[in-house]
Design a protein. Structure first.
Length: 132
């Protein structure tokens, strides 16, 4: 992955965050996945008044990628409004683990501090992923 990839992914995630539908939590999140062929696929959170039907930005990006025929990924970036860095929830971690290597980089940042992003791996976030 090139040196500019985290920044490019974080910027794409910040842009798509503007499309988030978050009338209940007011917590807008955007995500950008880098595919093995160099494409960037984005997604945002979409809330629902039946909270269990809400979809996180990470899963929205992953499902959009899969729907377009992409199933191999190099990295993911997640950006949100507010001061806290938006690490993926447990459901997103498990769904990502279905398609992504434990070594895949995960970049997180708050919208106002893209240059102060944090980096980890999916394996660090979900060390013992469920597998069949």
């Amino acid at each position: 992955m090139s040196e500019n990839s985290p920044k490019k992914l974080l910027e794409a995630a910040a842009r798509v965050m503007e499309n988030a539908y978050a009338p209940y939590s007011k917590f807008r999140v955007g995500s950008a996945l880098l595919t093995d062929d160099g494409a960037i696929v984005t997604g945002c959170n979409v809330e629902n008044s039946s909270f269990g039907l809400t979809n996180c930005a990470e899963r929205t990006a992953l499902f959009a990628a899969i729907a377009s025929g992409k199933t191999k990924f190099q990295a993911i970036a997640i950006v949100a409004d507010g001061d806290q860095k938006p690490y993926p929830c447990g459901a997103c971690r498990q769904v990502l683990a279905e398609f992504c290597s434990p070594k895949m980089p995960v970049y997180v940042a708050s919208r106002g501090e893209l240059d102060a992003f944090e980096s980890t791996t999916l394996g660090n976030l979900l060390p013992k992923a469920f597998r069949l």
